[in-house]
Design a protein around this ligand. Structure first.
Ligand code: URP
Ligand code: ZN
Ligand code: ZN
Ligand code: ZN
Length: 496
């Protein structure tokens, strides 16, 4: 039956090891990984000779069915996930946006939206304001709802942005709950000022978006968030790292020999997104408005050079894992900003393209190994969000989320054949080597021979536990810090 699968003769790749082996799957779980597994004729056999058998991609950063900037993203939990499966991604973590300030209402709304899921998913929670109720609800989210990460927006002034005082409250709360704080790091006040400046200069087109929020504002906010997290002494995850400026702050914090960070260097995590790795800002100057507006996202896609630097940082370990920030809009929605770039809904596609683009850009080019590819597209995300080894591994007992990639085949990206509902694609026309030929999600073949068999309702909600393991040693480090700097020094009155 279809619930028993044998993948024969491929190179099985985990983040630390690769070997030629068979993978046997029953009822959605990997049962065995070893050479020459013999099975009966009730088992579906896939020949993977000459191909790579890898954990399905996990996208740490998506926005499906999100209400944002006066509209809703074009991809919902079915179309976005179907696109993901066609591109070799078998799980994603989406951002719950609170409803009328309530985290619980936001969570319930997203559970409802996700009922049509065709692959597994988890949630981060966005924190967009601060009061006693938010603080209490964060605790409920962590203890009862399977959420272990919260995103704070340092940008989108007047909408999602919070100030430093609230960020500090949030960081302290995350620390006390064993949850991971995430930041959208751009200086929102300065962005607001930059936007006014562009409009005053008469620059109202999509290029004004990039000009109004340069890398220095991303670097400043990244540095500030890292320093505040250091002051609170809690881990920090910087989402959508788009510039050298931000990347260098993360790299520096991870290497820092300061009293805080010496034992905690691994606790600053940087997530570049695929648009930042493979695109530059030239598209924003396209004379056709829609062609330019499709590239508008925040932080912006940067000038040529930032892309290569982010790739290099991934290959040296200064950045840790790749997301997409998939937040797709169609041309009609992008056209909201025809007279004013500030009204262009921010976001680009990528959930279907990430696995192919990272393979071609990083592995095919020789920058990273195949095991590193598995680490940055899947395993590291599973580890950070406390799902490993259920997710992110091809091991006996892991969920059967598996892809078969043929390194000798090729891919080509176009909106005419992609699975997103958007009518545009920021990677239009792009070709490369390496193709995901088979995707297996929850033990079922959902993508084969360029055919998708996504079943609405088949995806499961994956609860993520707070990560006390990450915090081991933090209290000790705190105690040392407090005693070295704050506890009164005991001195005897008598002269010796
Ligand atoms: O432009 C973007 N990134 N849109 C999605 C929202 C966010 O800031 O991640
Ligand atoms: Zn092995
Ligand atoms: Zn963001
Ligand atoms: Zn995002």
């Amino acid at each position: 039956s279809a619930s028993k699968l044998l993948i024969k003769g491929g190179t099985v790749v985990n983040a630390h090891h690769q070997e030629i082996a068979d993978v046997y799957v029953e009822d959605g779980i990997i049962v065995a990984v070893k050479p020459n597994i013999k099975v009966g004729d009730d088992v579906t056999v896939l020949d993977a000779t000459g191909k790579f058998v890898m954990p399905g991609g996990i996208d740490p950063h998506t926005h499906l069915a999100m209400e944002f900037m006066g509209t809703e993203t074009i991809d919902d939990f079915f179309s976005g996930q179907a696109a993901a499966l066609a591109g070799g991604t078998t799980m994603h973590i989406d951002f719950v946006i609170p409803v009328k300030g309530s985290l619980s209402k936001g969570f319930e709304a997203y559970k409802e939206k996700a009922k049509k899921s065709c692959m597994d998913y988890g949630f981060h929670m966005a924190i967009t304001k601060w009061d006693e109720n938010v603080s209490r609800e964060m605790e409920i989210m962590v203890k009862e709802k399977g959420i272990n990460s919260f995103k704070f927006f340092m940008a989108y002034k007047g909408a999602l942005m919070i100030n430093d005082e609230l960020l500090l409250e949030g960081l302290k709360k995350c620390k006390s709950l064993g949850a991971l704080a995430m930041v959208h790091a751009e200086n929102g006040d300065a962005v607001f000022e930059g936007q006014k400046r562009m409009i005053e200069l008469g620059i109202t087109g999509p290029e004004g978006h990039a000009l109004s929020r340069p890398p220095v504002l991303e670097g400043e906010a990244t540095a500030r968030a890292i320093r505040l997290a250091s002051f609170v002494n809690t881990p920090l995850y910087v989402v959508h790292v788009m510039s050298i400026d931000a990347m260098e702050e993360i790299a520096k914090a991870r290497k820092s020999g300061s009293i805080f960070w010496a034992p905690l260097g691994q606790r600053v995590i940087g997530e570049p997104v695929v648009s930042g790795l493979v695109l530059d800002d030239s598209g924003l100057w396209d004379p056709d408005f829609i062609n330019a507006a499709k590239y508008v996202m925040s932080p912006p896609i940067r000038a040529l050079g930032h892309d290569k630097a982010l790739q290099a940082a991934l290959s040296t370990g200064n950045l840790q894992l790749v997301g997409t920030d998939h937040c797709a809009f169609n041309s009609t929605q992008k056209a909201f900003g025809i007279d004013d770039f500030r009204k262009i809904p921010n976001g680009v596609n990528g959930i279907e393209e990430r696995m192919h683009l990272v393979w071609d850009t990083m592995v095919e080019s020789g920058q990273i190994s195949v095991t590193d590819y598995v680490r940055i597209t899947s395993t590291e995300c599973a580890r950070i969000f406390n799902m490993y080894p259920r997710k992110g591994a091809i091991l006996a007992g892991s969920d059967a989320d598996i892809i078969i990639l043929n390194p000798n085949s090729s891919f080509q990206i176009t909106a005419r054949s992609h699975h997103s509902r958007s009518d545009t694609n920021v990677y239009e026309g792009r070709k490369g080597k390496g193709k995901v030929e088979v995707t297996i999600a929850g033990g079922k073949i959902v993508w084969e021979n360029d055919e998708l068999k996504a079943v609405p309702g088949s995806g499961k909600y994956i609860e993520m536990q707070p990560f006390s393991y990450l915090f081991n040693g933090i209290d000790k480090a705190d105690a040392k810090y407090l005693s070295s700097l704050q506890a009164p020094v005991q001195r005897s009155k008598a002269a010796s």
